[in-house]
Design a protein around this ligand. Structure first.
Ligand code: GTP
Ligand code: MG
Length: 194
């Protein structure tokens, strides 16, 4: 797919406010600060559609963006922001459970992981959760500009081995030096019927 239009629709703070219409959804999830909002801006060629910040935990809401008047891209709150903080963590679960369970048109979840950082226990929890609910996902390796060019492929291979996934399910991206957009958007087509 190519993004021709993108607009912010709404932010949701409670599970009972999630959008339940028939449009397909592609969601972006991952550790706080991994680059979800930046990736959304990069994919939609806009500088400030989704708010980015160097302060982890910036996106605490579910943010819906309508793409090409037809598909939602959804920026989900980052996990792992409040290390070991049970109240914050259960708030995250309270918001995320209804999203994952009730979004019947959730076609694909992009699980973002920093290409330089080994998958964390929270990343594994996320994948286990998605497997359990049989929600299709791919892994998006972020911030690939932070590695020397020759180290990107080995890092993706290492991530695939570590996660027990095929290397074709991991996408190398950089929102800073603009890598990986076309490959990722084309992958979405396999999951979202036009
Ligand atoms: P939360 O909303 O807190 O969960 O964070 P997020 O995952 O939305 O991360 P965000 O996009 O706000 O980016 C976090 C920080 O990483 C910002 O300082 C970004 O500029 C930086 N960043 C994001 N993507 C990239 C990238 O591809 N390369 C580099 N070098 N920095 C990036
Ligand atoms: Mg964000």
């Amino acid at each position: 797919m190519r993004v021709t239009s993108a607009k912010f629709i709404k932010s949701v703070a409670k599970g009972d406010q999630i959008i339940l219409d028939n449009k397909p959804i592609v969601a972006f999830v991952g550790r706080s600060n991994v680059g979800k909002s930046s990736l959304l801006n990069y994919l939609t060629s806009s500088k400030k559609l989704a708010k980015t910040s160097s302060t982890p935990g910036r996106t605490r809401l579910i943010n819906y963006f309508l793409i090409n008047e037809d598909i939602y891209f959804v920026d989900l709150p980052g996990y792992g922001f409040a290390k070991g903080n049970k109240t914050e963590n259960s708030k995250w679960d309270e918001l995320m459970d209804p999203f994952f369970v009730n979004s019947k048109n959730l076609k694909l979840v992009c699980v973002l992981m920093d290409c330089r950082i080994k998958p964390t226990p929270l990343d594994y929890n996320m994948l286990t959760y998605l497997n359990y609910y049989q929600i299709p996902y791919i892994v998006v390796a972020t911030k690939c500009d932070k590695l020397p060019k020759t180290k990107v492929k080995p890092a993706i291979q290492a991530m695939a081995n570590e996660l027990g996934l095929g290397v074709d399910n991991i996408f190398a991206t950089s929102s800073n030096n603009l890598q990986g957009k076309i490959e990722l958007l084309d992958k979405f087509d396999q999951f979202v019927e036009n």
